[in-house]
Design a binder for this molecule. Structure first.
Ligand SMILES: O=C(O)C1=C[C@@H](OP(=O)(O)O)[C@@H](O)[C@H](O)C1
Ligand SMILES: C=C(OP(=O)(O)O)C(=O)O
Length: 427
């Protein structure tokens, strides 16, 4: 679907959707438990893939108004009766591979073309080291995957710079093994705050796990049990970043983003990034509200080792800022739904921005020339689509973004939210 966004001013109140990362974990943790009511979940293409996996393992995921009522499969997942389709969701594939490794039999996992091109090798090796067997059908470390369990647990060494989701997967499954799982990271952990989200959810489900000097450890033989039988999902800061960027670049009057209570999400760093660039932004943490108004922004240097999903948003802010914005520590951002370093370099160039791509950096030279509306390709990637839509607010004329439907992965109502803030959006 093409979406055309015109040069616009935005103002008013918008709500960040519920957190995708917390929802995936809560659904699977509820599956690992006897069940749970997951309140205020993100209902999107990606989280539906995790809910389907819970069904495949012998649980049941049912929508009850705005909540998700999960009947769990307990500590022992059934062997699925069919292939698990993880669609576009890396989180689903990685977390569900760990669950598959607990089942007494074979699980096959696949996904769409994008997901079938993403790296899984370190997780497959780890499952083998823990007493299971796991392989890629093509022998290239990519899905389709065949996972055989059950694993017993033990010690594994693993790189930390490909995906933190491997750690999350093993911690969540490891609690249900006999021996527990100890993960020793052989390279620096990227996306580390996502493991903090995992530890946060585990704690809410009564599961103990801990960070160690070079990794993590989860004791085995534990039981998942949510306090009061329910779990409430906080708002999503990666999604909020597009709304905040829209306010900072194109605010007529102020933009208020609701649903922004503090949690373990590293992407709350968007507030500091905006502040450092000179935006007028205030986070009223007790109210869960962030208020932002339009300002002239200056380029900064910012690392995204902990916050890969912010790269597209920061690239757009940089394209509209005065001076140069250098986004560093970005190599792992190439392993997402698309290579987002390349995608943002190429698509922002179509709008007239001067962008340089390096292996682990994106350098955006803002300011000198105004952005001009153009036809751009969302690359089948929700975050590229949303970031380019924000750029369109400040580009001259109209910008047409191809593949607008992909926002269904993390922020299904994105274009409604943008339109409600006053943006000219045509679908
Ligand atoms: O665990 C999670 O919920 C996520 C971890 C991050 O991925 P990596 O750990 O692969 O960098 C992030 O990019 C992704 O959107 C969600
Ligand atoms: C990379 C992302 O998610 P996943 O890894 O679950 O596909 C994302 O949402 O930006």
């Amino acid at each position: 679907m093409d979406v055309t966004v015109g040069n616009s001013r935005v103002s008013g109140t918008a709500r960040a959707p519920p957190s995708k990362s917390y929802t995936h974990r809560a659904l699977l943790a509820a599956g690992y438990a006897g069940g749970a009511l997951v309140r205020n979940p993100l209902v999107s293409a990606d989280t539906k893939a995790t809910a389907r996996a819970v069904d495949h393992f012998g649980g049941d995921a049912e929508r009850v108004q705005a909540d998700w009522e999960i009947t769990g499969f307990g500590g022992a997942p059934d062997v699925p009766a069919d292939v698990i389709d993880c669609a576009n969701s890396g989180t689903t594939m990685r977390l569900v591979s760990g669950a598959a490794a607990l089942a007494d039999g074979t699980t096959v996992l696949t996904g769409d073309r994008s997901l079938r091109s993403r790296p899984q090798g370190p997780l497959l090796d780890a499952i083998a080291d823990l007493g299971g067997s796991a392989r890629s059908t093509r022998g290239n470390g990519q899905a389709p995957l065949i996972v055989d369990g059950p694993i017993e647990g033990g010690h594994v060494e693993m790189p930390g710079d490909v995906s933190s989701q491997f750690v999350t997967s093993l911690l969540m499954a490891g609690a249900l093994t006999d021996e527990g799982v100890e993960i020793e990271l052989t390279t620096e952990l990227k996306s580390a705050p996502y493991v903090d989200i995992t530890l946060d959810v585990l704690e809410s489900f009564g599961v103990t796990a801990e960070e160690r000097e070079n990794g993590y450890r989860v004791p085995g033989g534990q039981t998942y049990e949510p306090a009061d039988g329910e779990y409430a999902v906080p708002g999503d800061f990666s999604s909020a970043s597009y709304l905040l960027a829209a306010g900072a670049l194109a605010g007529g009057e102020e933009v208020v983003v609701e649903g922004a209570h503090p949690s373990e999400q590293g992407d709350a760093a968007i507030v500091d990034v905006l502040r450092q660039m000179g935006a007028d932004v205030e986070w009223r943490q007790d109210d869960g509200e962030i208020v932002v108004g339009r300002s002239d922004l200056d380029g900064i240097t910012v690392g995204v080792a902990d916050t890969p999903d912010l790269l597209p948003t920061i690239a757009v802010l940089g394209a509209a800022a005065e001076g140069t914005t250098t986004i560093t520590d970005a190599e792992h951002v190439r392993y997402k739904e698309t290579d987002r370093v390349s995608a943002m370099a190429e698509e922002l160039a179509k709008l007239g921005a001067a962008v340089e791509e390096r292996q682990d950096e994106l350098v955006v030279h803002g300011g000198d020339s105004d952005l001009s509306g153009a036809r751009v390709d969302g690359r089948g990637d929700h975050r590229i689509v949303m970031a380019l839509s924000v750029a369109a607010l400040v580009a001259d004329g109209e910008t047409t973004i191809e593949g607008g439907e992909h926002v269904d992965v993390s922020f299904p109502d994105f274009f409604d939210a943008l339109g409600d803030l006053g943006a000219a959006v045509e679908r």
